[in-house]
Design a protein around this ligand. Sequence first.
Ligand SMILES: *Cc1c(COP(=O)(O)O)cnc(C)c1O
Length: 413
Amino acid sequence: MAIINDHFLKLQAGYLFPEINRRVNAFIQAHPEAAPRLIRCGIGDVTEPLPQAAIEAMHEAVDDLATHERFHGYGPEQGYFWLREAIAKKAYQVHGIHVEVDEIFVSDGAKCDTGNILDIFGRGNRIAVPDPVYPVYVDTNVMAGNTGEAREDGSYEGLVYLPCTPENNFVPDLPQEHVDLIYLCFPNNPTGAVASRMELLKWVEYARANHAIILYDSAYEAFIQDPDVPRSIFEIPGARDCAIEFRSFSKQGGFTGVRCGYVVIPKELNGHDADGNKVPISRLWSRRTSTKFNGASYIVQRGAAALFTLEGMAQTDVLISHYLGNAALLLNACRQAGMRVWGGENAPYVWAACPDGLDSWGLFDKMLTEANVVITPGSGFGSKGEGFFRISAFNSRENVEEVCRRIHALFAQ
Ligand SMILES: *Cc1c(COP(=O)(O)O)cnc(C)c1O
């Protein structure tokens, strides 16, 4: 008899995106004439073609594999030196942030990394997650057995939820209790919030005082426009011995279908064994990576490295500006319609309070049936997301302009 990991049975069945699809499909079945009008601003996937520099580099990489001289088989599990060096220099050192080549671990994406990192942590850690939250942090902890059962509102026993609300500008306050692992994500998905240097400093000081580790997801770093907003947790003094950073080329370079990301683990970062002895986290992650991963593909890593060339950076800027231009239009349209809005300035997401006393799914249904626009209900990201919704700026300009007109028609009096 094969016994399963029964922690999986605690996972909530009605996961957000399947439920969105179910409602959209039911609506289209009932109103087939509305199908061509439907605009999806729901799932956070990019829409625009890849930067040309990445395309050319990947074509060349394919040609390399066609020759004996430039053939590449298995590469280093931690990633090719030339990509790790480009990341260290262009993503960190030019900004004055201390990150070294051998502290970077290239992967096939940040979703996998933020889930897989739990492999190297033991049982019994107190784990803090923001609410609302990127669901991956929660579900991977459920699978790993770090939680109890689900409650009525979809939250889990055993996790420490950090409320993110208009009162704290969606940057969580320090917990009253001790925690060991803390997930933070800035610029945030789903709220689009960013944290200031002072706010991150408070978290770093808390983590150091509690021997806790911050798991810092900065998948949306490329969207930061404001020079005062920290781009990395490692800009914060003291972060090198209490934080891991996750980054991705998915949103920066449109690589959601190409798959490449990386983890940064400073050499000074330690966890503790059961006897309280320090153990370097990077040693464990390196061992895990060598055992369970055979590296991101050569072709993909060539494409990622090309994003750091002069042309690649210029093309990436164009891509980011396109999405941020969309975000600005959506932010303005919601504001004009009388809604309270957040995000959308250093992030590709606009977060809005549902108008007219609607709850998140009520607003979702209204937008779907009356405006034929798909948004993401805030309650799908956690109980503190109830009463809010997320609009994604990942779309064509044409679609965004049409969505803005429909929001105006639906809500502006
Ligand atoms: C999109 C996203 C990622 C990136 O995931 P990939 O697996 O690299 O595509 C990571 N974290 C958050 C919060 C995201 O929204």
